[in-house]
Design a protein around this ligand. Sequence first.
Ligand code: BES
Ligand code: MN
Ligand code: ZN
Length: 498
Amino acid sequence: MEFSCKTGAANAMKTACLVVGVFKSNKLPAGTEALDTALGGQIKKVLKKQDFSGDVGQTQLLYEPNDCAAARLLLVGLGEQKDFKPRQMGLAILPAFQLLENSGATDCIVVLPNDEGDDDTYRLVRETVAAANAAQYRFEQCKSTKTPAKRPLKRGTLIVAGRKQLASATRAVAHASAIATGTKLAKDLANLPGNICTPTYLAEEAQKLGRRSSKLKVSVLTEKQMERLGMGSLLSVSRGSRQPAKLIVFEYQGGKADAKPIALVGKGLTFDAGGISIKPAANMDEMKYDMCGGASVFGAIAACVEMELPINVVGVVPSSENLPDGDANKPGDIVTSMSGQTIEILNTDAEGRLILCDALTYTERFKPAAVIDIATLTGACIVALGDQASGLLANDDKLAGELLECGTASGDRAWQLPLWDEYQRQLDSNFADMQNIGGKGAGTITAACFLSRFTKAFKWAHLDIAGTAWLSGANKGATGRPVPLLTEFLLKRAKVSM
Ligand code: BES
Ligand code: MN
Ligand code: ZN
């Protein structure tokens, strides 16, 4: 869906649907007030009927308003005026876009609810464009009959309050559209089943992404090459699978040749059955989503490419399956990682850290300015934070602070957990340098403690996205998180105006 921005009197604009916000208690944002005046008070007349309260996300569709060039007028509830923040815009307008998806309208005009003096235009536009794309998302690759929207929205126009807001609104459209491209890619890869989305499939998709830009180089390491590098931990996981592991490497060069890159390292477990420490059958299908960290790296790189961000970014995605097999890891096995540190595998289901540790060691060669790994790493993170926040742990407080801020700004939030030294003891092993599980308690923290032993060479943050990467139940599906958070961070590091 294409968006453009302009200023002007909304009542005179020809469109299939004019969309305007209404606060609770019949309070109108400036743009809606001006429209109501031009329409001789038609909006306030409707509000007097009290069918519409202005709760966040409430919608009221009116047809053929008088003295208006629009065929439809859609009122959208924005909640209490005093509580209104850009975040509410996304929540409020998503149902409106869903309604329009099922209507005959193929274009719409949205009047932004802020005043000429406000500086939140950029965020309001980002939220609006993100919501429009979310409402349009469908995953039908595996259905024999597709049911595309009959008349999907193709064009959206955003009315800003004043001319001096046009530049930031236009920038926001470009950024939001790129983030939507990345989010869609992450969702599509994640929603594919494990028999289609294998490590080899992911590697091929990475090569395809590489063809989108001359600034993006993609290479894929085979098991042979990983063996030569001494990736004994990663390869021990893949040994239990008939699908060969791949180490996918993106090198996006948008910045100066000698500028240190940001590295994103994403867990790409295309199916996690647990291995010999096999998982229970219920909901095991959802372990096709165990590659969502990797998918978010694809998405963030795709967004960089679309925005041509002036920054260098490296993406590393170790990809494997974790299955029970005669040749699979057994509890008690000891493997040697690329770093030389030995690991006693007490639970073969704690495999994410086993593939990530070698990928993190490999990442040292890029001399990164900072490394962020993203992984559906622990069920414990769902217990701690549910599906609202990703878990954040870091060996650098400044980096952690930046990511927390980016989470709040993008609405793709994270929450920090401690990485105190005292937790490291839980990984002591009688037989190797460390064991791969930390016993009862603090499962998300001990998983990060494990990774921290492979990240001493750089500033590093870890995002545990076990609770945020997909939704279960009736709305089962990938969320595309944390592509918005990662992209926000890259935009900030690239010092792009927002
Ligand atoms: N991929 C899982 C974590 C997971 C489980 C994410 C459920 C989302 C939903 C990971 O590989 C795993 O199995 N972790 C174990 C670690 C444990 C054995 C220490 C877990 O969380 O149970
Ligand atoms: Mn597992
Ligand atoms: Zn896993």
